[in-house]
Design a protein around this ligand. Structure first.
Ligand code: ATP
Ligand code: MG
Length: 421
């Protein structure tokens, strides 16, 4: 690949790489995304594929989603695509919906609002993003390898920010001044660590220093935005690597409050987190995805386990209080938190039952029982249960002569758990 410069000095001329010099093939692009790109082009707009899709395709990985950047305004996208919906609080963009729940994001090129319009997340104020040129759009992005454009019409790659050089050197570089960009939007701190971990790229020392100096700003970010990032890490690839790197940079305490602090200070406990996440990553790589509830319960189990030791009278209340007192910056939605608490409490009971042989089988009626059974299996067997395997198998192995579900007389539960109310 012949390059004209790395663009970091702010040169207006991008590096343009022709079809014969890069590895992206239209065949690897989602056909619906391609149709949108070509249609926008036919309508006279500029439209590029950008973000993670271009980055991942250049690295030979399968992209998770295909984001499109265009000079068409959201209203115009809506006008020309019947299945488009305008969304966004911080900035308006179009989501084009397809069968099977697939969504392709079409965002209008925009420019950085600059340090004057700092992200004021706790105040819930949306910075005033203005539409911009492709070049401005590249420069307002977070890291260089996320700011590449692919033009499907000419099959060229367009690089304004030196992303191709960084991709080849396998390094994560923040666009512009890292300190300023982190202050502007501290969520970028989390993102830098995520992509370095996920791609196996290096974070330069000065950026590492800025991360440490500014990580505290994360705890003041919008809890809902932090939850979005949390979901990306739990549902995406390489969760263990990312969580371990967030710990290395002391970020877990900034996003998960006391829970994160425990993960950072107690290495033995964190080793358990890592081995559970390793199992989950293995499952995900085999396309056996875990739900967000399962992943959250898995992550929090090593922290919850000691709280459930000594048979607390009401594990649900114990866990509910512990979550409330944890001071997490990431806001788990109420429903999700209640489900996670339910799973953790039941798992605690199951794990104990495997030691003392006393199981409250009436739990089987609870909605989260199946997920708790899977979690218990993971913890006890260091692998996910196969089709048809469950906690009952483990119990039978441990206590072959004890009856399992159905053999005991059913008793009515006296008190409904507060987590379910
Ligand atoms: P993946 O979807 O595989 O996690 P991605 O790079 O596509 O990776 P998204 O969260 O989908 O990540 O964001 C799409 C693009 O939007 C990014 O590649 C980046 O260019 C830009 N972006 C996202 N968040 C920010 C941010 N906080 N500041 C600046 N640019 C951002
Ligand atoms: Mg993406």
């Amino acid at each position: 690949m012949e390059e004209k410069g790395d663009g970091r000095e702010g040169t207006a001329e991008p590096v343009v790489i022709g079809r014969s010099e890069h590895s992206i093939s239209r065949r690897n692009i989602d056909p619906d995304a391609l149709r949108i790109l070509f249609r926008l082009h036919r309508l006279g707009f500029t439209a590029y594929l950008t973000g993670g899709a271009v980055r991942d395709m250049l690295l030979g990985k399968e992209p998770k989603d295909f984001d499109i950047a265009t000079d068409a305004h959201p209203g115009q996208v809506k006008k020309y695509f019947g299945n488009a919906f305008i969304i966004g609080r911080r900035f308006r963009l179009a989501h084009i919906h397809f069968r099977g729940g697939k969504i392709i994001e079409v965002a209008t090129f925009r420019k950085d609002p600059g340090p004057d319009t700092l992200d004021l997340p706790s105040a819930g104020i949306a910075p005033q993003f203005a539409f911009g040129t492709p070049e401005q759009d590249a420069w307002r992005r977070d890291i260089t390898v996320n700011a590449l454009f692919y033009d499907p019409v000419s099959a060229t790659l367009i690089d304004y920010v030196g992303g191709l050089t960084d991709l080849r050197s396998r390094r994560i570089r923040v666009i512009g001044d890292a300190g300023e960009r982190f202050r502007e939007d501290p969520v970028r701190i989390w993102r830098v660590v995520r992509y370095a971990a996920r791609l196996g790229f290096a974070i330069e020392e000065d950026i590492g220093r800025e991360i440490v100096a500014q990580r505290h700003l994360l705890s003041a970010c919008s809890p809902a935005r932090l939850f979005e990032e949390f979901c990306k890490d739990l549902l995406g690839r390489q969760t263990r690597l990312i969580i371990a790197d967030l710990r290395e940079y002391g970020i877990l305490r900034c996003i998960l409050g006391r829970i994160g602090e425990t993960f950072e200070t107690d290495s033995l406990l964190f080793n358990k987190v890592c081995s559970l996440l390793d199992i989950a990553d293995r499952e995900k790589s085999l396309r056996r995805d875990l739900s967000l509830t399962e992943m959250s319960a898995l992550l929090f189990w090593p922290w919850a386990e000691p709280l459930l030791a000594g048979v607390p009278p009401d594990p649900y209340t114990v866990l509910k209080k512990a979550f409330m007192n944890a001071g997490m910056a990431v806001a788990l939605p109420k429903g999700l938190r209640a489900q996670v608490i339910d799973i953790l409490a039941m798992t605690g009971r199951m794990v104990r039952a495997l030691r003392d042989g006393n199981m409250r089988w009436s739990m089987r009626g609870r909605p989260q029982y199946g997920q708790a059974s899977r979690l218990c299996f993971l913890i006890e067997q260091n692998r996910a249960p196969k089709e048809g395997e469950s906690f009952e198998n483990l119990f039978q192995q441990a206590f072959p002569s004890r009856p399992t579900w159905g053999a005991k007389r059913r008793r009515r539960r006296r008190k409904k758990s507060p987590a379910l109310q």
